[in-house]
Design a protein around this ligand. Structure first.
Ligand code: ZN
Length: 363
C-alpha cells in the first residue's frame, strides 16, 4: 500500500504504518476537546491507542507466524486505522492450514485478554453500582487503562470471528466448508455470506459507527476479489502456458525502425512486442514505450526496448502467469521452450480470454 512508513522488523517481518493511521490521533484530540478533556486525558487515550495497536500487531504476527509453519512467507504487516493487514504471499490451500492461520490471530488476543485478567480486578468493579462504575471508569488510572485494554481485546476477538469473509471468522468458515466441499464452492458460499454481512455493517455504520462503513467496504471488495481469484485459479489448474499463448504474432528485430513498429500497431491489434535475436527473446517493447517514442520514426527498436525481462517456459503452469500478473509487475511475457527458443508470448488479455473460454466449456 502506498503512503506507508516502516517501523522496523519483528521476526523478520517488516511492520509498516499507513499515514491515515495518524487520523486516529486527530480524532482522539477532536473527541476529547469536544467532551471537555484536557492534556492528560488526550495523552491517556493516545497511549491507549498505541498499546491497542501493539496488540493488533501481535494479532497479525499470530497469523504470520502460523503461516510460516506451513512455509508461507509474510512480506509485511501494515497498520491502518481500521486494523492491521498481514500480507501473506499466499493463503494456504489445505483447509486445516487456513483454519489454523485464520484462528491464530484472534487467539493471540484471547491470550492477551486472559493475561490482563490477572491485573484487572473485574470482581471489584462488577460489585459497584452503575453510578459508581461510571465514576470509576472516568478516572485516568492504570487500572482503567488495563480494564479498557481487556475489553478492547475481547471486542477484537468477537469482532474478528464474525464470519464475514475475508475477515478471520470468514476464513475459518471457508476452511471448514472446504473440508466438506471443494474450495471454489466453499469460497463462493463464504463470500456471499461475507457480502450480506457487509451490507448489515454498512447499515449499522450509517446509523451508529462510521468505522463500520469502511469495514463493510473492505469486506465487500475483498470477498468479491478473492472469490474471483479462487474461481480463476481453479479454471487454470492443470493447464499449461502453451495452451493460452499467442503464437500468431509479429516478433521484432533490434534493428527494426520505430516507423515499422508504429505501422504494425496501426495495421493490427497487437500492442506489446517481443524482440528477438536469432531465435532467442532479448527484449520487450511495451505499448507505453512505443507511444512514448512514436514520434521518432528513425530510431531503432533496440534503443527503446526493455532488456530486463522475465520469460516463461511453455510447460509452466498457467496459474503462475495469473500470480505474476496479479503481483502487478508487468502483463506481457515472452514464452520459450526448454532450450530458451522463442515460441510466442502471453499477456493478461489472452489469459482472461482463456479463463472466459474455460468457464463456458465447464457448463
Ligand atoms: Zn486477523
Amino acid at each position: 500500500m502506498k503512503g506507508s512508513v516502516s517501523l522496523g522488523k519483528i521476526a523478520g517481518i517488516r511492520i509498516k504504518v499507513h499515514w491515515t493511521f495518524l487520523l486516529i490521533f486527530v480524532w482522539v484530540v477532536f473527541v476529547e476537546m469536544r467532551q471537555g478533556g484536557n492534556l492528560s486525558s488526550i495523552l491517556f487515550n493516545a497511549a491507549f491507542i498505541l498499546v491497542l495497536f501493539a496488540c493488533v500487531v501481535l494479532h497479525e504476527l499470530g497469523h504470520a507466524l502460523m503461516a510460516r509453519r506451513f512455509g508461507v512467507v509474510t512480506r509485511k504487516i501494515t497498520l491502518l486505522p481500521i486494523g492491521g493487514v498481514a500480507s501473506l504471499q499466499k493463503i494456504p490451500e489445505e483447509p486445516y492450514q487456513e483454519f489454523l492461520v485464520a484462528l491464530a490471530g484472534p487467539l493471540v488476543n484471547v491470550v492477551i485478554a486472559l493475561l490482563l485478567l490477572f491485573f484487572v480486578p473485574i470482581g471489584n468493579f462488577t460489585g459497584l453500582s452503575q453510578v459508581e462504575q461510571l465514576e470509576t471508569l472516568r478516572e485516568l488510572s492504570l487500572q482503567n487503562f488495563l480494564l479498557y485494554l481487556f475489553l478492547a481485546n475481547t471486542i477484537l476477538v468477537v469482532f474478528n470471528l464474525i464470519p464475514a469473509f475475508p475477515m478471520d471468522g470468514g476464513r475459518v468458515l471457508r476452511a471448514v466448508l472446504a473440508m466438506y466441499t471443494d474450495r471454489v464452492k466453499a469460497t463462493s458460499i463464504a463470500a456471499t455470506i461475507g457480502q450480506v454481512i457487509a451490507f448489515i455493517f454498512l447499515f449499522l455504520g450509517l446509523t451508529m459507527n462510521i468505522f463500520l462503513i469502511f469495514i463493510a467496504l473492505f469486506v465487500f471488495v475483498g470477498a468479491y476479489g478473492e472469490n474471483k481469484m479462487v474461481q480463476h485459479e481453479a479454471l487454470l489448474k492443470g493447464h499449461k502456458v502453451q495452451e493460452a499463448m499467442l503464437t500468431d504474432i509479429h516478433f521484432l528485430e533490434p534493428e527494426d525502425s520505430m516507423e515499422k513498429v508504429v505501422s504494425l500497431i496501426l495495421s493490427g491489434t497487437e500492442k506489446d512486442f517481443v524482440v528477438r535475436s536469432e531465435d532467442k527473446p532479448i527484449g520487450v517493447l511495451s505499448h507505453e514505450r512505443i507511444l512514448e517514442h512514436a514520434r521518432e520514426p528513425g530510431s531503432k527498436v533496440r534503443d527503446h526496448m526493455e532488456t530486463h525481462i522475465k520469460t516463461l517456459n511453455h510447460l509452466a503452469p498457467l496459474q503462475d502467469v495469473l500470480r505474476l500478473v496479479e503481483s502487478g509487475k508487468t502483463h506481457f511475457y515472452p514464452v520459450t521452450d526448454k532450450e530458451g527458443r522463442l515460441l510466442g508470448a502471453i499477456d493478461l488479455a489472452n489469459l482472461n480470454e482463456f479463463i472466459v473460454l474455460q468457464s463456458h466449456l465447464d457448463f
